[in-house]
Every structure is written in C-alpha cells, then in structure tokens.
Write a protein that binds this ligand. Structure first.
Ligand code: ATP
Ligand code: MG
Length: 393
C-alpha cells in the first residue's frame, strides 16, 4: 500500500497557549532533522493542531517510520492514504479498496470515525461514518462493527482531498528535544551513560557530552567507541557537541599524591568539576551521569554524596533506581548495547584500586585533595585549554 502522508499525533497535556507553539515548532524541527538523510522528499508542516508529512515521489516506508519512531514528543504515527474527492460513491469504493489492501485477514471489529474539515461537503460526519461503515460491512462478511472497543478505527478526514488512516504506530513519547534546555552528559564507553543521556533527551532536553580519556593508557579505539555512542544518542537527541578531555596528567597526579583507595572518588570529583566548567560555558542547566545506587563502590550513597559535593549545578541521574538488567534492556532497545560492550579499556578501570573505599567520608576526601594544591589548578587549566570538540550530527 502506498501512503502519501503521515499524520503525527502528540500528547497535549500541559502544552496550552504559548507553550503549544514552542512544542509544535520543536516537533516540526525534530521531525525534519530525523528525515534529513532518509530517502525521499518530505514536506513537514502543522495545520489545525496536527502535524503532517507529505511524501513526494519515491520514499522508503520502513526507513521513514524507523526514523519517526525516534522523535521524542510523538505518541502516534499514522500512515495516511489520500484520495481525490470525486464524489461519495467513488469514496465508498476507495475506502473498501483501502480495507481490502490494508488487512489481509478480514476477521475483526471496526468503526468509522469521520471529520469534515471541508464544511461544504454534502454529507455530515455522522452520515459519512454510517454510510462508509455500511459499505465496508457489505463487502467483507468477517468484519463486524463494534463502536465501543473496535479492533480497528477507520479514520476519514474530508479536506480538499480525503484522508484515510487506520493504523497508529506507537511513537517514542516524551517531549520534543529543545523544549527543555540543554544538559551536559558525562559519557563514558560503558553501558549506563548513553542510556542516561537518552532518558534525559526524552524529556525534551538537548544533550552535550564530555568524555575523559587517558592516552596512552586508553586507546584511540576507546575514544572512537565513545564517538560511536554519542552518534547513537544523537539519533534521538539531535546534534551532540562532544568534549574530549585529556585526563591523563590529572589522573597520574592524583595517583601520585592521594591514598589509592580514594582514587576513584577523587577522580570522579575532578570529572564533575571539569564537566561543570564546560556546561556553564555552553549554558547547560545541569549534568547527567549514568550512576545507579550501589552498582559499584563509587556509587554507594556515601560515594555519590562525596562526588556530588563538588557540584554547584543539579546532577541528573536518571538510572538511579534501575537494576543493571533494566539498564541493559533500554540499551538494547536504543541500540547502544553492542557498542558499549566492546572490550576497550576505560580510564577508571586502569587506575582503580584493589580495595576502593565504599563509604568515603566527604571531609576526609576534601583533606586528601589538599595534597594536590601545588599543581592541580595548572593541570586542570591545561585540560580545559586542550579540549577537543567533536560536533556529532
Ligand atoms: P558507565 O556504564 O556509564 O560507564 P559505570 O557503571 O562504568 O557507568 P562508573 O565508571 O562509576 O560507572 O561511572 C559512573 C558515571 O560517571 C558514568 O555513568 C558516567 O556518567 C561518568 N563517567 C565515568 N567515566 C567517565 C569517563 N571516562 N568520561 C566521562 N564520563 C565518565
Ligand atoms: Mg564506566
């Protein structure tokens, strides 16, 4: 079946008045972005509190739907067949032909729902629904009417052309990216942080990212893996500005000066400080991490408190109450899992102590950091100055 148009449905809760335009315009922008590389020519526009995509010429249906399913803010994607308005008898034939082609197995219940945007049409919407319903019933003996809980609702919209749709493909939900500001994701090569970025983007937040690498202890391929993950997150969130920070000298200095069982916590505190620097520079409103309570020693309540101690911005930890398997399930759904499990070393694992503290005391950690006084400011400054920025689209 050839669909000429997609009708996009979005949740309308909380988007009244001025917010509605912001929401719709962001949605149109994100839909255009999602389709920019898809084969075909698409015109995306809003009309009467709905968003439509007209597909001109040839296009790849599966690819188009696949892309639309990644757009946050859409709750339903309806492929529409458009018929020229050549009178009601012709429309009956067209709708029967539509049903015939759309549903191979004709054993289900249905109802017809009509909207008449063109008020000059000779029948009102009740009559349109009733008469088309009758035509369908007469043509297919296995199909029955159920107005309360139909398996299929056949929607008819009378405009300059007649729009017919009955399939609603579930959308990604959430809010269009760009309606809720921006945040800075601490993106490692692991399973968790890409999922965390996805979850915050789903609420309409644009994503920037920062990755700490430690050459030569971590390889170019480990960095490439993070770039690949940022690309996968970008398919949902839109463009991601990725900051790659050379963390080696800071790590070595901490290793040299501080108790080894505190290395991870102190390192994480410097990551947060540096991430916050770039976040402020780019007007981000918060930080995002992939932490989850108790997952590892650096994510006990005490460790999280010690890490959080250096942050002045809100830190969003959307996975905080998730079990590992629940995180893996999302990672698989958004196709980051296979990339995340590639076995490249990560900068934390190399400098990790055999027996890290599991209940760090923030005061003790602060005092340990005083041992870094001599050089740490200069090292952080160098790390900031030598950042590599990669624009991911
Ligand atoms: P992930 O699977 O996201 O790597 P993890 O279970 O390995 O998480 P940690 O290594 O303790 O957990 O890291 C906790 C969080 O700190 C990560 O989710 C990420 O947000 C951030 N993080 C850790 N290492 C890095 C890094 N090298 N660069 C950027 N962020 C990092
Ligand atoms: Mg990790």
């Amino acid at each position: 079946m050839r669909f000429h148009t997609f009708l996009l449905k979005y949740g309308e809760i909380g988007i009244k008045g001025k917010n509605r335009y912001i929401f719709e315009d962001a949605l149109v922008r994100q839909v255009r972005y999602a389709l920019r590389e898809a084969e075909g020519e698409f015109s995306v526009y809003k009309k009467q509190a709905r968003i439509y995509i007209d597909c001109e010429g040839e296009y790849d249906y599966e690819e188009t739907v696949g892309q639309l399913k990644k757009v946050f803010g859409l709750v339903g994607i309806c492929p529409v067949v458009r018929f020229e308005d050549k009178g009601f008898d012709k429309l009956k034939k067209d709708v029967v032909a539509y049903m015939d082609e759309m549903y191979e197995d004709k054993q289900f219940t249905f109802k017809v729902e009509s909207r008449r945007a063109k008020k000059t049409y000779p029948k009102n919407s009740m009559e349109i629904s009733r008469d088309l319903g009758e035509a369908i019933l007469e043509s297919f003996p296995g199909i029955r009417v159920d107005v309360h809980h139909p398996d299929v609702t056949v929607n008819i919209e009378i405009r300059d052309e007649v729009y017919v749709y009955s399939r609603i493909i579930p959308g990604a939900g959430g809010m269009p990216v760009g309606t809720n500001g921006k945040a800075m994701l601490l993106l490692s090569g692991g399973i968790d942080s890409p999922v965390a970025g996805y979850m915050i983007a789903k609420r309409g937040v644009g994503i920037e990212a920062v990755y700490f690498h430690a050459p030569p202890y971590t390889s170019e391929r480990a960095k490439q893996k993070v770039v690949d993950l940022a690309q996968k997150v970008a398919r949902y969130s839109g463009p991601v500005k990725l900051h790659v920070v050379n963390f080696t000298d800071i790590q070595l200095y901490i290793y040299d000066k501080c108790p080894h069982d505190e290395l991870t916590i102190i390192m994480r505190r410097y990551m947060m400080r540096i991430a916050e620097h770039f976040a402020k520079e780019d007007a981000c409103l918060g930080l995002i991490t992939g932490e989850s309570i108790g997952q590892v020693a650096s994510q006990t309540m005490q460790s999280l408190a010690a890490t959080n101690d250096v942050c002045t911005m809100p830190v969003y930890r959307p996975l905080i109450g998730f079990d590992k398997q629940e995180i893996v399930d999302v990672a698989e759904k958004i196709d980051t899992y296979e990339t995340s499990i590639q076995p490249f070393e990560d900068c934390c694992t190399i400098f990790v102590a055999k027996h890290p503290v599991t209940k760090p005391n923030t005061e003790v950690i602060r005092r340990s950091e005083e041992r870094l006084a001599e050089k740490i400011d200069a090292l952080v400054k160098t790390a900031l100055d030598t950042v590599e920025v990669i624009e991911i689209r």
